[in-house]
Design a protein around this ligand. Structure first.
Ligand code: NAP
Length: 324
């Protein structure tokens, strides 16, 4: 019998077969595969697309040579909708608990959904710089999302902090809007792909400031500058800027993951097996939130999507076992 036509009932006394939490590339792909397995699946997510939707331009997803992140996210969503999967957007998971042999997901918005399987695809949380001025000036010139806030800085001077792919792609995007972009990085070489480093070097509007950290963000009611320190000479100076874009990576939502009882790796990501299963029966993790010794960490849309597909396949087989 075809794996795609096995008889798994779509409704089961109000209990879903699977709740996918998160609608980035991992969660949306998991939902596509589960729907094709005829599994009764629902998605709950705070947004659509996750980090993918915040990428100014995606130029490494095969078959789609160049596309804004938000557009690719829409394409994933359309694909999910083709299979009729319900998506609850604008709500985040608060707790996941085991009750009467099913998992129950409670959301910040007061929803309560139960299922045999949960696929966690909740990504990670943007890291803060934790310097004076940051808390006070968030939304007043400090941003963690170039694509969301970049247009407010037309013909202005901005700084991007970080040396990874997110920082460099943000700097390149901001250079199409702002008058000048400082790229402040704590080391002398960039972690980002050489492709982006070369583009940064040849962009007249971008001035890389290496071996430097931001020690304070200045301004009373709005950002007016950043105080930076050269980590080699110790010299400090002020750069006058109108905006600061912080792109220094992200961290897993450790407290939530711990509260579920999931085994985490040393960085706080969910320790997954090769099939994305976790230490808890029926809970799978995929995409950026997944970690552990079996995970090859290469945070790309294509790898997140692949992990979503693997989680869906493994979850489907588990479902067949427990439902008989
Ligand atoms: P990331 O790769 O972890 O880079 C974070 C950067 O911030 C690093 O350069 C790091 O410096 C710096 N940093 C970290 N903590 C800092 C601090 N407290 N103060 C100053 N600098 C600090 O994070 P990301 O750029 O957000 O990317 C996340 C993942 O998504 C990566 O795997 C990335 O490859 C992937 N991604 C891929 C693409 C693409 O393929 N087109 C685009 C965006 C993101 P050090 O280098 O010194 O550690």
């Amino acid at each position: 019998m075809s794996r795609f036509r096995l008889d798994v009932p779509r409704e089961s006394r109000g209990v879903y077969d699977c709740i996918v939490v998160g609608a980035g590339p991992a969660g949306l792909t998991a939902a596509i595969y589960l729907a094709r397995f005829n599994v009764n699946v629902i998605i709950v997510s705070k947004d659509i697309g996750g980090q993918m939707a915040l990428a100014p331009l995606i130029d490494d997803y095969p078959g789609v040579p160049s596309v804004p992140g938000v557009k690719l996210a829409e394409m994933f969503e359309e694909h999910v909708k083709k299979y009729g999967v319900p998506i609850i957007v604008g709500d985040s998971v608060k707790t996941i608990t085991r009750e009467n042999n099913v998992w129950c997901v409670e959301t910040e918005g007061g929803r309560r959904l139960c299922s045999y399987i949960v696929i966690l695809a909740i990504g990670s949380i943007k890291r803060r710089l934790n310097v004076p001025g940051e808390d006070r000036l968030i939304g007043r010139g400090i941003s963690y999302c170039a694509i969301c806030d970049g247009p407010f800085f037309r013909n202005k001077v901005v700084a991007v902090v970080g040396g990874g792919n997110s920082a460099l792609t943000s700097a390149l995007y901001l250079a199409t809007i702002a008058k000048k972009v400082y790229l402040i990085h704590r080391r002398d070489s960039f972690r980002a792909f050489p492709y982006y480093v070369e583009k940064i070097r040849s962009n007249q509007k971008i001035e890389p400031i290496i071996n430097s950290i931001v020690v304070e963000i200045l301004g009373e009611n709005k950002v007016t500058g950043v105080r930076i320190r050269n980590v080699i000479s110790g010299e400090e100076k002020i750069l006058e800027v109108d905006g600061v874009f912080i792109e220094i990576g992200s961290e897993p939502p450790k407290e939530l993951l711990k509260s579920i009882g999931l085994e985490l790796d040393e960085m706080g990501y969910v320790a997954v097996n090769h099939d994305m299963s976790t230490n808890l029966p029926g809970i799978y993790a995929c995409g950026d939130v997944a970690g552990g010794k079996h995970k090859y960490r290469f945070e790309q849309i294509i790898t997140a999507a692949a992990e979503g597909a693997i989680a869906a396949d493994a979850a489907y087989k588990y479902l067949l076992k427990i439902k008989g």
